[in-house]
Design a protein around this ligand. Structure first.
Ligand code: ADP
Ligand code: ZN
Length: 653
């Protein structure tokens, strides 16, 4: 290697260290702004490339003699891999957390003091200890504290879905080290959360970089819940046999059940929830990251910051609390840009459960009101009969303009004004990659059925003085003389049998929507019985139309779906889809070699080389190091460390 001092120019660092030819979307503007000493708030979807936004400034500022970058990151479980990835690229990175013993901690601190570290990763509770603050003070006094990067910045807000009180203490960074620039990053933030981040982290003077939140490679599907486990199994077998994926469930018990069910069906599934032993959790997470094709069945305890790039699907068996959570969780699919699925089942019980959880929470009324609004927005998404993507992006204040090819676009450098989840009117733009666009649902007018349900709820309560649950109400509307109906004399009601033409599924759909729009309330203190609300009147008067999707009992198979991976059986990688037979052979040989290296280094395979880098090598079939260096993802250090080996592997493939 040459002896000239390494350049601090961002585009050179991008090429030399990371092996990438071009910045993506707003990366370059962000990097230049931060290298210049500006503060930044970066909102970019998962997979958008946030890490480089602080890693390149960190390297540049270190090379310019400005010292170390402190990266605040909430999950110690992931620091090891993040730091490992940087070291593979030849960057001096370290972490400080409770997995290190005293000796190791002191070693790292000494290396920091000597100026040998470019990036130090630590959790907020560590960063704000007196000991760490002292260390930073000494570095700052010597002019060697270059930058603060605050990852997963939404954790500072109670409106976000991962609130961590420790983040609040990070204001000390600004107060004690006012000279040091700060960059805060998040993949999720509605207008409210965003305002909170700015205020809590005192980023009023920071420049805002807001990317498009669209994830064009993710296909959104929301199906009506019938037999959720069977629906899930069919979905995985039909669409994602042998793929890595995540299945989110609400409770620990359900996680265990579903994981066992999938395992019985021959799927490589593992459970993950906070009730499991820490060691078991760690093993399962490691296996998910390191092995191919594992399905992780988990509560939301799993996943923040998981940067496994080739997760092909994320399922929700139960409805999450809000769109932020849904978007963050589904965003873990397809970070590599390859085709991926976000699939959710949703039913009446989900609506009832989520409403009850809010009602019963000890929080104040103002907080509950916000939570209800957020739940309503998610219900609106689930019930939607138009493009899901348009609605999702609309929620984040973004107007979707239709499918685009290529890079995410930068929308603006200022926060956009608050979105109005309730005011999302009917939309005509279609993304072409959600269930409603691919198979526009047949729609029927449920207004008449809704009125019949509402007047029945009213008459039942009037007659009996008590309220009843949905099954009973539907029986009356459909004119079914069950024992319970007879016992209460409800077959005498004027509404008995007025909706005999509707199926139970149809009525359930109407009820779900009535609950979703607040026209019917469910009383959790009285066995989930139904009562009318203020909102019922508008529906009864015909002022609000109830339009529903025609229930499809069995989602039709999607032709063309299986052909898209194109690489034949056994190749789960979308990256390899365009390779010919010889190319595939090289690709598989490289993957086998990579697994060995990853095992030796105790790192996930993608940290060594990503699939698309291996596919690039397999396709080009280079014979010299110089040719090899042209492949995206091969930086100087990796070329030096692995170049000869890679050439040997493809030479013999
Ligand atoms: P985020 O943190 O926003 O979810 P990452 O920083 O993990 O995203 O980046 C997602 C993937 O995209 C990573 O594998 C990363 O190496 C890759 N990537 C980021 N920027 C570029 C770029 N300019 N060119 C090519 N690949 C990139
Ligand atoms: Zn769509």
């Amino acid at each position: 290697m040459s002896s000239a001092p390494p350049s601090a120019a961002p585009d050179l660092i991008l090429r030399e260290v990371f092996g990438y030819e071009h910045f993506r979307g707003p990366q370059e503007a962000i990097v230049r702004h931060v290298i210049g000493g500006g503060d930044a708030l970066v909102l970019m979807p998962t997979g958008g490339g946030k890490s480089l936004c602080y890693q390149i400034p960190a390297i540049a500022r270190q090379r310019a003699g400005q010292g170390i970058t402190v990266v605040v990151s909430p999950l110690i479980a992931l620091m090891h891999d993040q730091v490992g990835a940087l070291r593979e690229a030849g960057v001096e990175a370290d972490f400080l957390n409770s997995t290190l013993d005293w000796q190791q901690t002191q070693d790292v601190e000494r290396r920091m003091a000597r100026g040998e570290v470019t990036l130090i990763y630590a959790a907020p509770e560590r960063v704000t200890t007196p000991r760490f603050l002292d260390l930073m003070q000494r570095l700052d006094d010597a002019g060697r504290l270059a930058l603060f990067a605050i990852d997963e910045a939404h954790c500072v807000s109670q409106w976000g879905h991962d609130f961590r009180p420790e983040y609040r203490a990070l204001t000390v960074l600004h107060e004690r080290f006012a000279r040091v620039p700060r960059i805060a990053l998040t993949a999720t933030a509605d207008a409210l959360t965003r305002e909170d981040i700015v205020e809590r982290l005192q980023l009023q003077d920071a420049r805002h970089f807001v990317s498009s939140f669209d994830r064009p490679n993710i296909r959104y599907t929301i199906v009506e819940k019938k037999d959720a486990s069977l629906q899930l199994l069919r979905f995985i077998e039909r669409e994602h046999a042998e793929d890595a994926g995540v299945v989110y469930c609400q409770s620990r018990k359900r996680v265990e059940e579903i994981a066992a069910m999938l395992a019985d069906a021959g799927i490589n599934a593992l459970p993950y929830h906070a009730g499991l032993d820490a060691a078991v959790r760690q093993t399962h997470q490691d296996r998910f990251l390191r092995e191919d094709g594992i399905v992780m069945v988990a509560t939301i305890a799993f996943g923040m910051g998981i940067d496994k790039p080739d997760v092909r699907f994320v399922c929700h068996l139960d409805m999450p609390k809000n769109i932020e959570g849904y978007y963050q969780e589904t965003g873990r699919a397809g970070r590599d840009g390859g085709p991926a699925d976000a699939w959710m089942t949703y039913g009446l019980q989900d609506v009832v459960n989520q409403r009850r959880m809010i009602d019963e929470s000890p929080a104040g009324e103002e907080f509950k009101q916000v939570m209800r609004g957020k739940l309503d927005a998610l219900l609106g998404l689930a019930e939607a009969i138009d493009c899901r993507r348009v609605r999702l992006l609309g929620y984040f204040g973004e107007t979707y303009g239709g499918p685009k090819n290529g890079e995410p676009m930068a929308l603006s450098s200022a926060p956009s004004v608050g979105s109005e989840p309730h005011a999302m009117g009917s939309v005509r733009v279609r993304c072409g990659n959600c269930d409603n666009c691919l198979q526009p649902p047949a729609v029927w007018d449920g207004t008449d059925a809704a009125r019949k349900l509402l007047s029945t709820i009213y008459r039942v309560q009037q007659k009996s003085g008590i309220t009843f649950g949905s099954g009973h109400v539907m029986d009356i509307v459909r004119g079914r003389k069950t024992d319970k109906v007879a016992q209460h004399g409800h077959d005498q009601l004027s509404t008995f049998g007025i909706g005999a033409e509707f199926s139970e599924t149809q009525l359930r759909g109407v009820l779900r929507q009535l609950i979703a729009i607040g026209a019917v309330a469910v009383d959790p203190d009285a066995f989930n019985t139904l009562t009318l609300t203020e909102g019922s009147r508008a529906v009864l008067k015909g002022e609000v139309a109830v339009r529903l999707r025609e229930s499809v009992s069995q989602p039709a198979g999607r032709s063309g779906r299986n052909s898209r991976s194109g690489g034949g059986k056994g190749t789960t990688s979308a990256a390899a889809s365009s390779l010919d037979a010889d190319g595939l052979k090289r690709f598989e040989a490289l993957r086998a070699w990579r697994s060995e290296v990853a095992r030796e280094h105790n790192l996930p395979a993608y940290v060594i080389f990503k699939d698309d880098t291996l596919a690039g090598v397999a396709s080009l079939a280079p014979t010299t190091l110089d040719e090899l260096s042209g492949v995206s993802g091969i930086g100087a250090k990796k070329l030096e460390a692995y170049g000869e080996e890679v050439l040997r592997v493809i030479g013999t493939a």
